[in-house]
Design a protein around this ligand. Structure first.
Ligand code: GAL
Length: 354
């Protein structure tokens, strides 16, 4: 089932913004807003059958427009940071808006997280929302007209599938992701430290003081970044480690063992003991940026229900290719050619463990 409701008025465009809620028979619902294509709510049962909202977000459209943090949003044209806000492609240097110190973050000044997406609902047993956006040639300094389609589908087995597709008429980088903040105990349940996390990644990307990858691809073995066996997020988060200190916690790219796959594979499992909720992530992408919400603090923008926004009370699992690939020849390829289609699938499946 899909229902549509007014969220608010976007003053800058004098238009109403709507939210769409998809529900399935498994007791799960997902609400998506036209603004930034953001996921504003996911309700899913815990081991006692009680449903709770497990994602961070705001009550008002205004906060999605003004606040930082990219809560729930679709991020593009290129997720994460581009060093110096610049890259050279086919001999031409492109300059992007520097919205993160001297770097470009998550698409620039008005990235796709801050654009209004056209939403087409398709009701059924497995309700679906198809979101589209046109990004003109030169948008935020990126070359080429891009057309993007993102499909959110709520499956019967309490999984949310997100499928991205993009085309271009000039060679351009693209690296899309979704920036949902999860707390499986419920978004208002406090610290994420006790969540048990497993990531099938044998290497990660160390970063410099600006959180830009240095170019090294380092083994996780013997480091706090080894999540190949399940461990709590909190166990090694305060370890004496330069990358953790720079980021104030986890905020690194983890490279899945074996790299990208043709079809989505199970790569991440998260378990929260109090609720018994389990989140299993399947993807075809080569990497995930695991971000433990280190910059989530905000006195200015409380979350839903007036809950103070606090550090490390939610985490993001942003599937993608390697950040700043445009400036690292040894990283993944993020350049899309005019005759190709960028594709990316991620499935967030919820279940419970007694
Ligand atoms: C994450 C990024 C963080 C931070 C956050 C937004 O994707 O890894 O460093 O910028 O977005 O607050």
């Amino acid at each position: 089932m899909i229902t549509k409701h007014e969220f608010g008025t976007l003053e800058s465009e004098s238009r109403k913004i709507y939210n769409y809620t998809m529900k399935n028979r498994g007791g799960m619902s997902v609400t998506v807003t036209e603004f930034g294509g953001a996921i504003v709510e996911i309700r899913v049962p815990d081991k006692f059958g009680r449903d709770t909202d497990v994602v961070g977000g705001y009550d008002s459209l205004r906060d999605y427009v003004l606040a930082d943090g990219y809560l729930g949003a679709l991020v593009g044209r290129v997720a994460n940071r581009i060093a110096g806000g610049t890259f050279t492609l086919d001999g031409e240097t492109h300059r992007l808006f520097r919205n993160n110190g001297k770097n470009s973050l998550h698409g620039g000044k008005v990235g796709w997280s801050h654009r209004v997406w056209a939403v087409k609902p398709e009701d059924g047993e497995e309700p679906k929302l198809t979101l589209t956006l046109h990004s003109p040639d030169g948008d935020e300094g990126y070359p080429g007209n891009m057309d993007v389609t993102v499909t959110y589908e709520l499956l019967s087995n309490n999984a949310l599938s997100i499928r991205y597709e993009a085309t271009t008429d000039k060679r351009t980088p693209v690296n899309l992701t979704n920036h949902t903040y999860f707390n499986l105990g419920g978004y208002a349940s406090g610290s994420i430290r006790d969540h048990v996390l497993q990531i099938e990644a044998d290497t990660y990307l160390p970063t410099d003081a600006d959180l830009i990858p240095t170019g090294e691809i380092r083994s996780v073995a013997g480091t706090p970044f080894d999540f190949r066996e399940p461990k709590t997020i909190g166990r090694d988060m305060d370890a004496d480690n330069a990358d953790l200190k720079t980021a104030g916690g986890y905020d690194q790219c983890f490279n899945f063992t074996g790299g990208a796959t043709k079809a989505p594979e199970r790569r991440i499992i998260v378990y929260e003991p109090n609720s018994g909720r389990v989140l299993t992530v399947f993807t075809d992408q080569p990497c995930v940026q695991f971000y433990s919400g280190n910059f989530l603090d905000s006195a200015e923008f409380p979350m839903k229900g007036g809950l103070p926004r606090r550090k490390q009370t939610a985490f993001c699992l942003e599937t993608q290719a390697m950040p700043d690939s445009v400036n690292h020849p040894n990283f993944t390829n993020t350049i899309l050619n005019p005759n190709e289609t960028y594709t990316h699938t991620v499935i967030y499946r919820f279940s419970v463990q007694q």
